[in-house]
Design a protein around this ligand. Structure first.
Ligand SMILES: Cc1cc2nc3c(=O)[nH]c(=O)nc-3n(C[C@H](O)[C@H](O)[C@H](O)COP(=O)(O)OP(=O)(O)OC[C@H]3O[C@@H](n4cnc5c(N)ncnc54)[C@H](O)[C@@H]3O)c2cc1C
Length: 366
């Protein structure tokens, strides 16, 4: 295979491939690039952000006109407890790509969201957070990385049916564990097995546009029973465009309900979740559905992190690393800290075999 880059030993800045441009990959990329590495990101989706995602689509109004609408159908918001993430949030607030969100809480808000009282959203959509961290770094989207190959002086990745021409000194996988496992299998069997065993929760998510319902308005409601465990008024989040006379909903089914309906047809799930939403926001009444669709997240959140796990996995001898929320916790901030740990481990132990143990402990303390 012809390569366009010289062997790693002849280059000065380390060349690093990061597979996965969600929060963990973006945090790792930004930190490594700031210390002089040449970073290239790869993602299978059309854009960056991963589970920090916003779906843009159109719906047809009563006059037959198509209207744009957006749904933050992955993470709905995030918090910042650690100094490192607070610094990013402060920068985002100052530059306008993060906004503070102070939702009116629904009366049924029985379960706290576990994120504390300071809530934030990225603007204009959730991927803006990853866009801001990645900046002008090289990103290739739209095709999955299907294999990693160790070659003389580094690594090559397989993607889109062929070998990517550039050779990398180091590879970082910033993926959900089930997606990291097959890529790791030929190179790090124990990591592959550990990743494959991390339980991930499923989440069915309803995205809908309705007429504005009567009754008390709320922006965030966390029902304590029934199929749904989080309901958000997407149009009332900062930086989103309200639709006069209408409501834009993102409603997430609980992990238990989603698991028991994991293989149910989307149409049946959609009907069940619409019934559940109507029962909460307009009990006994009706809602006019202008638009609705569902999305199934197979790897929504880690149910638990691997026992005694560090915040990232780094094998300096191989130049291979793994990071992601599943190593720290089920939040955007946890993914950020795992990515940061990854970069710090690579910087502090570039040449000897070492596994890093930063993030989990620090995240728990803060
Ligand atoms: C429905 C839902 C609601 C949530 N709500 C919240 C919330 O309110 N607050 C909060 O803090 N957190 C929430 N979370 C969790 C939060 O979104 C995640 O913890 C965090 O975004 C994970 O980031 P990550 O970088 O670890 O993984 P991801 O965001 O999953 O990034 C991994 C990336 O890898 C890419 N990828 C996968 N396989 C390949 C491959 N083979 N080749 C190339 N690319 C690949 C994917 O396309 C993706 O972009 C929620 C998650 C979901 C799904």
């Amino acid at each position: 295979m012809h390569t366009t880059t010289p062997p790693a030993s002849l280059r000065s800045a380390p060349q690093i491939a990061i597979v996965g441009a969600g929060m963990a990959g973006a945090a790792c990329a930004r930190t490594l690039a700031a210390s002089g590495a040449q970073v290239t990101l790869f993602d299978k989706s059309r854009g960056v952000g991963g589970r920090l995602s916003t779906r843009r689509t159109v719906w047809t109004d009563a006059q037959g006109a198509e209207q744009p609408v957006q749904f933050d159908h992955g993470a709905t918001h995030f918090s910042a407890h650690s100094l490192a993430f607070q610094t990013v949030v402060q920068q985002g607030l100052a530059e306008g790509w993060i906004a503070r969100w102070a939702p009116r809480m629904g009366l049924q808000d029985a379960a706290p969201d576990g994120l504390g009282s300071d809530r934030f959203v990225a603007v204009p959509g959730m991927p803006a957070l990853c866009h801001a961290l990645i900046g002008a770094l090289e990103v290739h989207c739209g095709a999955p990385v299907t294999a990693l190959h160790r070659v003389r002086g580094g690594w090559q990745i397989e993607r889109d049916g062929g070998l990517w021409p550039q050779r990398f000194d180091h590879i970082v996988l910033a993926l959900p564990p089930a997606q990291a496992a097959p890529l790791l299998r030929p190179h790090a069997t124990r990591w592959s097995e550990a990743a494959a065993q991390v339980p991930m929760q499923v989440c069915w998510t309803l995205m809908a546009v309705t007429d504005e319902p009567p009754g008390p308005a709320f922006d965030l409601l966390q029902p304590s029973h029934g199929p749904l465990d989080r309901i958000v008024r997407n149009d009332r989040k900062p930086g989103r465009t309200p639709i006069p006379g209408h409501a834009v909903w993102v409603a997430q089914a609980s992990a238990a309900w989603s698991a028991s309906h994991v293989d149910a047809p989307a149409a049946a799930v959609s009907e069940a979740l619409r019934d559940a939403l109507r029962a909460v926001v307009n009990p006994g009444g009706s809602l006019r559905w202008c638009h609705s669709t569902v999305h199934r997240w197979l790897y929504a959140r880690p149910a638990r992190t691997p026992l005694g796990t560090p915040g990232c996995w780094w094998d300096a001898a191989k130049g291979l690393g793994v990071c992601g929320d599943f190593l720290v916790g089920p939040q955007v901030e946890a993914a950020f800290l795992s990515g940061l740990d990854m970069a710090q481990a690579m910087r502090s132990a570039p040449a000897t075999r070492r596994t890093a143990a930063h993030g989990a402990a620090r995240f728990a303390r803060l």
